[in-house]
Design a protein around this ligand. Structure first.
Ligand SMILES: NC(=O)c1ccc[n+]([C@@H]2O[C@H](COP(=O)([O-])OP(=O)(O)OC[C@H]3O[C@@H](n4cnc5c(N)ncnc54)[C@H](OP(=O)(O)O)[C@@H]3O)[C@@H](O)[C@H]2O)c1
Length: 250
């Protein structure tokens, strides 16, 4: 064991903090929402399925934290603004926003219709941009806040049959860095996390045939999100690229 492996991890105390996590009905978003609650945050969660949201909420309330569920389709611009407004009135102004909502289809570039291209833009990029826009008026005056955008390794390198998804995740990575630059003077931190394959329903839909042995779990991404929230004030991490150990480096 090295000294580093033995080093005590920083554990953030999120008591009194409010977090908004999009796409938290299942998968990575649910794991992040529960992780933040375990560390003291009250959490607002958004997805379309009320049944999934209720299951996440039950897990958060079991921990003893407040949870506000918002059943909404974040491909609608107004839903992004409304999700932030509902969070503010139910549990307070968000200190943390995790833009996790995202989705993908899987086919050759030339087979995507105009509607499908638009959908990829709305669910992967626009929801992230508009939820951030809606939350910032609650962070900027307080000079506090962290925004964590969940992008993907698909934004770092090309994957066959994921054209619009790769392109939109690259856009998420790019916007995250512009946001980090513009928001630094307001004391707001912005990070982007780029996971490789994670064992979730989304992966089921895109790669039903693949063997999942050794794949990352939603919990692994949640751990990284927590680590980002534990960074000391004098430093930041712009981008985290994570992969299962046996996958190729990116
Ligand atoms: N799984 C992977 O291999 C992987 C790898 C890298 C990055 N990511 C990224 O990680 C994030 C989470 O992925 P995941 O694998 O956890 O996906 P998932 O299992 O499909 O979960 C996605 C969550 O987002 C919600 N959602 C989807 N479309 C929505 C919409 N239009 N409006 C509101 N909520 C919506 C879903 O609930 P409803 O369907 O009920 O709305 C669900 O709660 C995504 O941004 C994805 O791109 C995933």
């Amino acid at each position: 064991m090295t000294g580093l492996a033995n080093a005590a991890p920083h554990v953030p105390d999120l008591s009194g903090k409010v977090a908004l996590v999009t796409g938290a009905g299942r998968g990575i978003g649910r794991a992040i929402a529960i992780k933040l609650a375990r560390h003291g945050a009250d959490v607002s969660i958004v997805a379309r399925s009320e049944a999934d949201l209720n299951e996440t909420r039950a897990r958060i309330e079991q921990i003893g934290r407040r949870c506000c569920t918002i059943a909404a389709d974040l491909t609608e611009a107004e839903a992004c603004t409304a999700a932030v407004a509902s969070t503010v009135s139910a549990i307070g102004s968000p200190d943390i926003l995790v833009n996790n909502v995202g989705a993908a289809a899987f086919k050759p570039v030339w087979e995507y219709s105009a509607e499908e291209v638009d959908w990829h833009y709305r669910v992967n990029y626009r929801a992230m941009h508009l939820c951030s826009n809606a939350v910032l008026p609650h962070m900027i005056p307080r000079r506090i806040g962290t925004i964590i955008n969940i992008a993907s390794s698909s934004g770092k390198k090309p994957y066959k049959h994921q054209g619009p998804y790769c392109a939109m995740k690259a856009a998420v990575i790019s916007l995250s860095k512009v946001m980090a630059l513009e928001l630094r003077e307001y004391g707001i931190r912005v990070h982007v996390v780029c996971p490789g394959a994670v064992d979730t329903k989304m992966a089921d839909a895109v790669h039903p045939e693949r063997d999942r042995t050794g794949w990352m779990q939603p919990q692994d991404v949640a751990e990284i999100v927590l680590d980002l929230l534990a960074l000391p004030e004098h430093l930041t991490v712009d981008e985290v690229v994570m992969r299962r150990y046996l996958a190729d480096p990116m």
